[in-house]
Design a protein around this ligand. Structure first.
Ligand code: MRU
Length: 347
């Protein structure tokens, strides 16, 4: 099957190092940052040079390969203890997106089986995880698009696109495939306060592909739905618990609630690496809180009343009963619940 265009690469392996598109500067500047060791890759995750659940996982996988290269050069056969410390350091960079922990677990398991120089096999594994994520996104895009009736309007939130993944995107992969198939009458992107992933990243990415997108204020979503302009809300996910409760960018829960109130359907597109069977329900998901100045400042300029205290949770949890479809690379689950998610993961 042919695929919609998608030229954006947030993560590149270039020769001997990791090259990350600095998403803090988009869309004003397209600048890549070089990471030659695990510390710089961890800093890039913490500071949101790279963000989005799958992209964080892939970056962490490369970081483990870099760590192994550093420590094998320094300590020879004693490299494992230092890499184990780096695994723990990387695990603490961001708490909510489980793709980070998933990728680190895959890399840690591989470390246990290596004799000799660990760098070549660990780099090969990171490259494989990178490729597999791209393939998963393309599959999800086509599965998700098949649910969308021609002439539909769709609303997305945050950035679950090429910038958040190996390429093509999860939610934006569905939108790319649906656009390619001529199913979409309109695409809307919420600006996604406070970090503005929608305004800065999603609309930039879609415009590069020639997909006609309208930016809306987050607070315009109810009006848009009441107007009948949206048939699907489509988002990615940072962690899907065993019962289907799903953490995603703050505001997703509000959109899912609004969607149900207006008869609009709500779709989550997420690879299996985002499903966390070990987390029983949404109540067990750790929600990251970030600095208040992400709220009180815009572009580095103070806009709130000086001295105000700001509460800045950056994810929320949408209960499973509000999710009409969970799209993965293995196919679609309608109305996901504990049994259907267990069956999907066992298949
Ligand atoms: O804080 P961010 O920008 O890392 O949050 C990203 C999101 O919430 C995305 O929707 C999610 O990670 C899915 S990305 C395919």
């Amino acid at each position: 099957m042919s695929h919609a265009r998608d030229d954006t690469q947030a993560i590149r392996w270039v020769g001997d190092h990791l090259s990350l598109l600095d998403q803090r500067l988009l869309p004003r500047e397209v600048t890549y940052i070089a990471c030659h060791d695990a510390d710089s890759a961890a800093d890039a995750i913490r500071s949101m040079v790279v963000r989005g659940a799958p992209a964080i996982g892939i970056t962490a996988a490369y970081a483990v390969a870099l760590s192994a290269r550093t420590h094998f050069a320094r300590a020879g056969a004693a490299w494992r203890a230092a890499v184990t410390a780096d695994l723990a350091m990387l695990r603490e960079t961001r708490p909510t997106a489980v793709n980070l922990m998933w990728a680190l677990d895959v890399m840690a398991a591989a470390c246990a089986d290596i004799d000799g120089d660990p760098y070549p096999p660990l780099l090969a594994l990171a490259l494989r995880l990178h490729d597999e994520d791209l393939a998963a996104n393309r599959a999800m895009g086509d599965f998700g698009a098949s649910l969308i009736a021609p002439g539909s309007g769709v609303l997305t939130h945050c950035n679950a696109g090429a910038l958040a993944t190996a390429g093509y995107g999860t939610a934006l992969g569905v939108i790319r495939s649906a656009w390619r198939d001529g199913r979409l009458a309109a695409v809307y992107a919420g600006e996604t306060r406070p970090w503005l992933q929608g305004a800065r990243l999603t609309v930039w990415e879609l415009m590069q592909d020639g997909i006609d997108v309208s930016l809306i204020a987050d607070s315009a979503a109810a009006w848009l739905m009441a107007q009948g302009r949206v048939q699907w809300v489509i988002t990615g996910a940072d962690r899907v618990a065993a019962n289907g409760d799903t953490a995603n960018k703050i505001g997703t829960y509000g959109l899912a609630t609004l969607a149900r109130a207006h008869g609009v359907r709500f779709m989550i597109a997420a690879p299996l690496s985002t499903i966390d069977i070990a987390t029983a329900s949404g109540a067990d998901i750790v929600i990251e809180h970030r600095e208040g100045r992400e709220l009180t400042q815009l572009g580095g300029v103070e806009v709130a009343a000086p001295g105000v205290r700001a509460l800045n949770p950056v994810f929320d949890v949408t209960p499973a009963h509000l999710i009409d479809a969970l799209v993965t690379e293995k196919g679609v689950i309608e109305r996901p619940d504990r049994a259907s998610i267990a069956a999907l993961c066992a298949a």
